[in-house]
Ligand binder design. Structure first.
Ligand SMILES: [Zn+2]
Length: 83
């Protein structure tokens, strides 16, 4: 019996700056967990650090513009490293 169900999914997101036309992509980790009360919570991580969701106020690293479109690029289950 599982007390806590934790499931990590990696999601690649594409970003496109409407200001300087730069595009780039980042891989986020979505940590899905059961909060123990019948609900689910998702915590986002980027580069090993807690982060806001990918679609939440992305900023262009080149021009620091806020007119950035975030497009989900698919997801896959995180595969544990093989020995
Ligand atoms: Zn830009």
């Amino acid at each position: 019996m599982r007390v806590r169900d934790l499931h990590v999914i990696t999601e690649k997101w594409h970003f496109y700056c409407m200001n300087c036309l730069r595009s780039w992509e980042r891989v986020f980790e979505a940590w899905h967990s059961d909060d123990g009360h019948g609900g689910a919570a998702v915590a986002w991580r980027l580069d090993g650090q807690a982060s806001l969701p990918p679609w939440s106020d992305p900023i262009c690293p080149t021009c620091l513009g806020l007119q950035v479109k975030a497009l989900p690029g698919g997801s896959r289950d995180l595969i544990p490293p093989q020995r």
